[in-house]
Design a protein around this ligand. Structure first.
Ligand code: ADP
Ligand code: MG
Length: 385
């Protein structure tokens, strides 16, 4: 390789490469050394040797393993796990974006799949909570996420560039030739995600978010719905404990999880509450859930209403109004003309708003052009504002 070719491959100025080779740059910036090591496809030991030659203290490469602890048992979700981990003939896409309503189990699924995939990504696993819908917190800026991931991959603080594009370019350079799994949890939108996608083929990305993301190149969407009734009962039983459900009629258990809309977060909270109250029976819990469900479905940091508030807070004001009115005044299922009458808009504008709420997973599509609310979302919409 000529010095010119090496410079191009490393993304460095050719003068820097010449001076590095001639020893004229006696204190090269560690970023230059890193980029050079990558272009030369050096492995860990060779990289340390080069860093040593370049007058740098030998750095221990830390392989990031940032995935949080997964659930001991993930209930159901076999098809989704197969799509994420490639346990099927087509093989997984390099970027998979899981989308679904608040509390549907996106993070749990992504983390579980991440642990399963980890052995295939020896250069590490990155996990970033992008806080797209974290109650009371602002979403993470892409530049901040890039800086954190670059640091986790061994780039010293001082070498992280100021400008977003330069940060993204450095991040892609550092990832080139490495096999890293990247989990981007709770994304707000495409703009936040786009700069965080690696350029090369060796990495895999799992994105989770409440909005259906489009315009992310080859990314594949993986919509995640609520659990099946049987899986929801299994989740409830697992959290509440066998002793608390022993002898309870199966119909009662099905009724409890139905009142939770089979939403994992709600089922979990209901089971947590039962477990925390030794005097309560499943019957008593059922009675409570017949009243103000959203008030019942809050326990510590798990809170269905707060999770839905965070989705609501991200809506523009005309959609907030539409959400409240539709939640309060529509029947079980409705179409664009009912919505247009209610909102005082033309049919096409009403349809656009419905589609937006659908993309935000605040509405569900019963059939083409027919919409309905998840029960808990309807409760939330009708009592908000
Ligand atoms: N398949 C599942 N099996 C067991 N628990 C689950 C499952 N899916 C979700 N949960 C639990 O439900 C709650 C909400 O899940 P989470 O992944 O945080 O939802 P999301 O990220 O979609 O908002 C968590 O406490 C999680 O542990
Ligand atoms: Mg989540």
């Amino acid at each position: 390789m000529t010095q010119e070719q090496l410079a191009e491959k490393a993304g460095l100025n050719v003068r820097t490469v010449r001076r590095l080779e001639n020893g004229g740059l006696w204190q090269p910036r560690s970023r230059s050394v890193l980029l050079l090591a990558q272009a030369l496809e050096l492995d860990g030991a060779e990289r340390e040797l080069l860093a040593g030659e370049a007058g740098e203290p030998a750095v221990t490469t830390i392989v990031p393993r940032q995935l949080p602890a997964g659930l001991a048992t993930l209930i159901g979700r076999e098809d989704e796990l197969a799509a994420l981990t490639g346990d099927h003939h087509a093989g997984p896409a390099p970027v998979v974006a899981i989308d679904g309503m608040a509390g549907t189990g996106k993070t749990a699924l992504a983390v579980h799949a991440g642990h399963r995939l980890a052995p295939g990504f020896p250069d590490g696993q990155l996990f970033v909570d992008l806080r797209g819908h974290a109650p009371g917190r602002r979403p993470v800026e892409p530049g901040e996420a890039l800086a954190r991931m670059a640091r986790a991959l061994g780039v010293p603080d001082a070498d992280v560039p100021e400008h977003l594009d330069d940060r993204a370019a450095l991040y892609r350079s550092v990832l080139a030739g490495r096999r890293v799994l990247i989990v981007l949890d709770d994304a707000l939108d495409e703009h936040q995600i786009h700069p965080l996608l690696p350029g090369g083929p060796g990495c895999r990305v799992i994105v989770t978010g409440r909005r259906r993301l489009s315009g992310l190149g080859d990314a594949r969407g993986l919509p995640l719905d609520v659990l099946s009734p049987a899986a929801a009962v299994a989740l409830f039983t697992g959290v509440a404990g066998w002793d608390r459900v022993a002898g309870v009629p199966r119909d009662d258990l099905h009724e409890v999880v139905a009142r939770c809309g089979w939403l994992p977060l709600a089922v979990r909270v209901a089971a947590d509450r039962l477990r925390a109250r030794p005097t309560w029976s499943v019957r008593h819990l059922l009675d409570r859930l017949a009243g103000d469900r959203l008030a019942e479905l809050a326990a510590g940091r798990h809170d269905v209403a707060a999770a839905l508030d965070a989705s609501y807070d991200r809506l523009p004001s005309d959609l907030r109004r539409a959400y409240r009115l539709l939640g309060s005044h529509t029947g079980a299922e409705f179409g664009p003309s009912t919505a247009a009458d209610l909102l005082g808009t033309g049919a096409s504008q009403a349809e656009r708003m419905l589609e937006h709420l659908l993309d935000a997973h605040l509405l569900r599509e019963a059939a083409p052009g027919r919409y309905r609310f998840h029960d808990l979302v309807r409760d939330h919409a009708s009592r908000t504002g």
